[in-house]
Structures are given as C-alpha cells and as structure tokens.
Design a protein around this ligand. Structure first.
Ligand code: ST9
Length: 626
C-alpha cells in the first residue's frame, strides 16, 4: 500500500472553488492548457505520485546511495531510478518551461498543485528532475550560446545543480571564496570547494550542468566583496559541443569529493564538489562560461532560489498533509480505552481513538494547518499566475511581483517550521509508540521534513528577508495591500453570521500583527544614531530578536484569513444542494477554519506583547554566562 495519501479534493477546492483558476486556464499564456486538460493532468499526476513515485520512498531511505571515493560516484537504488524515469517520461515538466524550449506553460497554481503531489510522494524525484527549471533560468538570462545550452539540457535530460554554499559561506553567501579567472577563449577557470550541493552526482543522466557562483578575479570593475561581486557560471561535469551537445570525451575539473550522510532525504545526494586542480595542483582545470556574459550572479541565482524556496515550502506542507492523513487513518481504526465520559466504568466498551478529545484536538490541529498551508502555497502561486499573464502581455504587474515576494519567506519559513514541528508533535504522536516504528512512514516524514527549515535559507534568514527586504525595503507596499485585503474580509459579512466570532478574532490578530511591525520599525529607527537622543545602533538587535517572531505571527494571520475565506465558500455551498460526501468536506472546511481561528489567533496577542517588550538583556549577557 502506498505511504502517500494525497488530498485531491482539497487541491481541487483551492484551484476551482476558491481561486477560480478555470477563468485563466485555456487563455493567454495558458492557451494550450484548458480546464479539462488541467483536471486530466492532476488526476494522472495523483495516480503516478501514489503508485510510481511513492513506491521507492522507503527503499531510498533504507538503502541510500553510498559514495565511492575512488570513482567519485554515488549511484542511486534501481527502484528510485524507476520512479525518476516514470516522472521524466510523463514530460509534465514541460508545463513549467517556456514554449521556446519545448514548454507548454501552465499557470503556476496548477504547477504547484502538481508539485505538491510529487513532493509529498517522493521529494527527491522532484529535486533530481528540476533540470528543466534550471534550463529556463539559463534560457531567460543567457546569450545565444547559453540559450542553446538550455535547449540541450532539456533535449538530453541532463541533471543540474545550484552551487552557492561553501564550507565557510552558508547563510552568508557573500563570504564565498571560489574564484573565476578568464581564459583567452572566453571560458573561465573556476577554483574552490563548494558544499551541500544537491544532486551534484548520480547515475541518472550522462551529464550534469552546474550553475556556480564564483568571484571573478583579474578583471577590472568586477568581482568586489560580498554577494554583489559574484558572477554565475555554467560549468559542466563533462565537456560537450555547445551546438550539438555531443560529449567531447573530455572530463571537466569538477569532482565530487564527498557525499554527506544525512538525517533524512537520504536518496538525494548532497555533495561536496571541488572545482579545479587539487591542493597539489594536479588534475584538469574546471572550465565554465559566464551566464549571459554579465556579472550579475546573485540576482541570477536568486531566480533559482525563489523557485527553490517555494518548492521547499510546498514540500513541507505536502509532507504534513500526508502525515495528517496517515495519522487519521490510524486513529480511525485504532481501538484504545473507553470514552472519557465512561472512564470510571471498567466494563465500558473500548472505542477508536478518534473518540478521545485530545486526539480530536490533535487531528484538527493537523488538518487545519495542512489545509491552511496548502491554501498559502496556492494563494501565493495565484500571484505568480498574474505575473505570468502580465509578462505574456508584455507589461509588468508590479503589485503581483511584490505580494509574491512578500509571501515567499512565509511559504518557506513559516510553512517548513509548522510542518516539521506538527509532524513530530502531532502526526507521529497520534500513532503512539507505533509512530516511532519504521512500519509506518511518519518517522521518515519527520526526518525528511526537518531539512526544510534549513536549506534554501534557514528560518532566521527567512525572517530577516521578510522584515528588512519584503517590508522595510518595499516600504510596506505589499504588506499594506495584503493587510487591506484581510481588513476588508473582517469588516464584511462573510460567513452569514457563522464566522462572526472568527472574524473578530482575525481583526484583533491583524491589529496585533500590525503592532508588531510598528514596534519593529520603531526599534529600527531608534537604531539610527542620526535620529537623535536615545537612539543607538545596538537597538537593531531588538529587531533581530523579533524577526522570526514576526514571520510566524504573519504566517498565522495570513493562514487564518485564507482558511476563513475558504469557510465562507464552503458555507455558501452548504446553503445549496450538495452530496453527502461534499457536505462532510465543506463542514470539515468550516470546522478547520473555526478551530484555527480560535486556537491559533489568540496567541498573536502574546507575541505582540513580547515583541514590544523586547530589550537588550539577551544581547548584554556575556557569552560565558550561556
Ligand atoms: C540550497 C539547495 O540550499 C537546497 C536544495 C535544492 C534543491 C534543488 C531543486 C530545486 C530547484 C528549483 C530550480 C528551478 C528553477 C526555476 C524554475 C523557473 C521556471 N529575493 O540583501 P542583500 C539578491 S542552495 C530576490 O544585500 P547580502 C538581490 O539581487 C543554498 N533577490 O544580501 C540583492 O540585490 P538588491 C541556498 C534577493 O547581505 C542581492 O541578493 N542558500 C533576495 O549580500 C544582495 O542582497 C541561501 O538561500 C530575495 N529574497 O547576502 C542563502 N535577497 O538588493 C541564504 C537577496 O540590489 N542567505 N537578493 O536587489 C541569504 O538569503 C542571505 O540573506 C543573503 C545575504 C545571501 C541574500
């Protein structure tokens, strides 16, 4: 039986009952993907995810690739390769990529819905298969040569990687020391050691294209300190003819020098990669080509990172969702103890654990969060749809870009934190001691989901990104828009009287969220010594003590709003004729929204108090006192 339990009903509810994606399917840039096609694709990906992709999930964990240092290889289990092949052969990746390189673009909402199914079933399949996405970035930013390379990456199904991190440059990408020196033929020699490089070695494609950040040296005007001095290079594992794609038989000086042993997603090879000759100056140089012949590496790499952060958030919620549905299936059949009302009666019949209040609390906690986070991913994607439509019309939808940017750290940071914690504290816990066994998939889910709070920018980085870049630098334009939308919901009559209490709770939480932002802006301004007496640069620490708090509080508020919007839709449906199955579904939507509003939102007030009262005592504590 498949470990993966998808929630197609909720995915379709989001797409077609809340976000009304049927209005854009089959139109504009999505001309070739109409509603029927979208539904057929979703059904097929769902089947494939539960069967072909999920089938190798456990095997990849129990028998992960092992690194052969002499050969520099880390071959994947056959079962995993079969899952990967099934996904690649479906060619659904073409829905992501531009027409010019063989794509058939679909709305981002449809693509992220598909992504959820694949990521929930077997996330490393998606990660190894993201090369067409990388090719899109190469195509978008590249010159004539690079555009051809992008085509070849897709035609030949080569693998790809994003290469930023170094042993001493993780969150601080700008501290990277890898260097690039120009050659007379227009190529560059790359030298340095990179770490934590996903998919840098495997036996599923004949070549791998690395997109490498390195600092150009010896060229006037480029290559300064920090991230802005980094350029992005296309560095192949094996050299090839840039026109035909034929491998020249020449090995490039790019060598995997270690594959990490990890807590989870073990089948996803996480590699140390050494570029250029070794410390004895032996070996071939690692030659690469500057992407687009412009020194704009960090901005180019962030095009990849933005997509990857969305991917990580989607992976996290996909895992929470299947974790919840596995816990629910267990709870429905597990008989244990009497009903609490008959606890003192030793002869009382034993009941399934779904009768116990604390199990119900736990299940609704899981359900409401999984569905809230799915709503968050797909709502964010709906702004990406707007960006795509505008680009197709050759205009810019600045608001859509800004709101998408604002939501990304919430999807990634809030989504991954809530998912990994709830998988452990609630989903696994529902199974009692059995949850700790490999007989059930949840212990693997917990291990596999932990990484989501770490890679592609830790939660701390997401919190800083949210406040400094997406709120302060944006002058709160996107935040103002979103807060305005939430405000109109709370002041509306949404829910026909049944959501009155919840709208009031949301109004209070929105006020508290705004107050946290205001407090942090005040703290930031007081850190400007030019601002006058009482101002001190150290006050910026107060902001830093609050950034993760703000990330989580805004996540709670936005998620509550999205769930309540869904409850409003559900209540409207319930007022008409619905099947028994739909009645249960819609009642479940209303219950999840009410539960989330009543149990999560009141906590935002406490976060506000803490944020406003933050002082410098934590920073004043001598390190030796920790
Ligand atoms: C990793 C791999 O963890 C994990 C698994 C990968 C799985 C791969 C498979 C999936 C891939 C999907 C690929 C598909 C592709 C696409 C498909 C499309 C169809 N937003 O604030 P400043 C830029 S890899 C946008 O001064 P610092 C911006 O250009 C490791 N841009 O930063 C900015 O200039 P300006 C992941 C942003 O203080 C410039 O950076 N590692 C954003 O110099 C400088 O900004 C990390 O994620 C943004 N949010 O550096 C690193 N932020 O201001 C985490 C910055 O002029 N660390 N830029 O616009 C950070 O993010 C740091 O905050 C820092 C700080 C490095 C940015």
């Amino acid at each position: 039986m498949s470990h993966y339990k998808s929630n197609m009903r909720d995915i379709e509810f989001n797409l077609f009952e809340v976000l009304d994606r049927q209005e854009i399917l089959g139109t504009g840039p999505f001309e070739e993907v109409d509603l029927d096609t979208a539904r057929t694709i979703l059904a097929e990906v769902d089947r494939m995810a539960r069967e072909d992709l999920a089938s190798s999930y456990g095997e990849g964990d129990r028998n992960p690739p092992s690194f052969d240092a002499a050969a520099g290889t880390a071959d994947l289990p056959e079962s995993f390769k079969k899952s990967y092949r099934a996904w690649m052969d479906s060619e659904f990746y073409r829905l992501w990529i531009p027409r010019e390189i063989g794509g058939q673009p679909a709305p981002a909402t449809l693509n992220w819905a598909i992504a959820e199914l694949v990521l929930g079933a077997n996330a490393p399949v998606w990660m190894y298969a993201s090369s067409p996405g990388f090719a899109s970035i190469v195509f978008r930013n590249g010159n004539h040569r690079d555009k051809r390379i992008a085509e070849l990456m897709i035609e030949k199904e080569w693998g790809s990687t994003m290469v930023l991190t170094e042993p001493d440059a993780g969150s601080d990408v700008g501290a990277g020391r890898a260097r690039a020196t120009p050659n007379p033929d227009g190529s560059w020699n790359i030298e340095g050691v990179k770490r934590f490089i996903t998919s840098a070695e495997h036996d599923m494609s004949e070549n791998i294209i690395h997109l490498v950040l390195a600092r150009p040296v010896g060229v006037e005007g480029v290559g300064g300190p920090g991230t802005k001095g980094l350029s992005l290079y296309i560095v192949p594992k094996l050299h090839f003819d840039h026109q035909t794609g034929e491998l020249t038989g020449e090995r490039n000086g790019v060598h995997v020098t270690n594959v990490e042993k990890k807590m989870g997603i073990k089948v996803s090879n996480t590699c140390e990669v050494t570029f250029g000759p070794d410390s004895n100056d032996a070996g071939e140089p690692a030659r690469g080509w500057l992407l687009g012949e412009v020194h704009d590496g960090i901005a180019q790499m962030f095009q990849v990172i933005e997509s990857a952060r969305m991917m990580v958030g989607t992976k996290a919620i996909a895992t929470l969702s299947t974790g919840y549905l596995n816990a629910l299936a267990f709870a429905r059949s597990r008989v244990q103890g009497p009903d609490l009302t008959r606890a003192s009666d030793k002869t009382a019949p034993r009941v399934t654990i779904t009768h116990h209040p604390d199990v119900r609390r736990s299940l609704l906690t899981q359900k409401s969060h999984a569905e809230a986070l799915r709503a968050l991913v797909l709502y964010t994607a709906s702004w990406q749809d707007r960006v795509m439509i505008a680009e197709h019309q050759e205009v810019q939808d600045e608001l859509a870009e800004r709101v998408n940017d604002l939501l990304l750290p919430i999807v990634k940071g809030y989504g991954s934190e809530r998912s990994w914690v709830l998988l452990g504290t609630e989903s696994l816990q529902t199974l009692g001691g059995s949850g700790y066994l490999q007989d059930y998939p949840i212990e693997q889910y917990v291990r596999d989901a932990k990484i989501d709070t770490l890679y592609e920018g830790t939660t701390a980085i997401q919190g800083q990104d949210l406040f400094f870049r997406k709120i302060v630098k944006d002058q709160a334009r996107a935040l103002g828009h979103l807060a305005g939308e939430i405000d109109s919901f709370v002041t509306s009559e949404a829910g026909n009287g049944r959501l009155k209490v919840e709208r009031a709770l949301l109004a209070t939480a929105l006020g508290d969220g705004n107050a946290i932002v205001a407090a942090m802006v005040g703290q930031l301004m007081s850190a400007d010594p030019a601002g006058g007496e009482g101002n001190h640069i150290r006050n910026v620490y107060k902001v830093g003590l609050n950034t993760t708090r703000l990330l989580m509080a805004l996540g709670d508020i936005v998620c509550a709003w999205l769930l309540l919007r869904q409850a409003e839709v559900a209540l409207t449906k319930l007022a008409g004729e619905v099947s028994a199955e739909d009645k249960d579904f819609y009642e479940g939507k209303v219950a999840a929204a009410q539960f989330f509003a009543r149990t999560v939102l009141p906590k935002v007030a406490a976060e506000r108090q803490i944020a406003e009262a933050v002082d410098l005592s934590v920073m004043d504590l001598p390190e030796t006192a920790f």
